[in-house]
Write a protein that binds this ligand. Sequence first.
Ligand SMILES: [Zn+2]
Length: 96
Amino acid sequence: MATDYDAPRKQEDESDSLDALKQSIPTKQNTSVDDEGDSSEYSLADGPDLSEAELDVVVLPPQENEFTCVECFLVKHHSQLAYENDLGPVCKDCAA
Ligand SMILES: [Zn+2]
């Protein structure tokens, strides 16, 4: 039974892990209402689990083809790189 729900969710994980994580939590709550064994999963005392998961997905390091501009602090694609100063890369918007 559970496999029917897991299969599509795993695919979402790969393409959009952020959404999948947030969606999987409320979904578990709904399905576990019928399952007494899982009821502890959504007790309010389990707060730390949630915040930990959010921290994991919110902090995304720049990809290999991206950089963080030291002027505007935005993550830009490498095609937007104008030059690098002493502090680091500067995007074309800031260099203009
Ligand atoms: Zn910039």
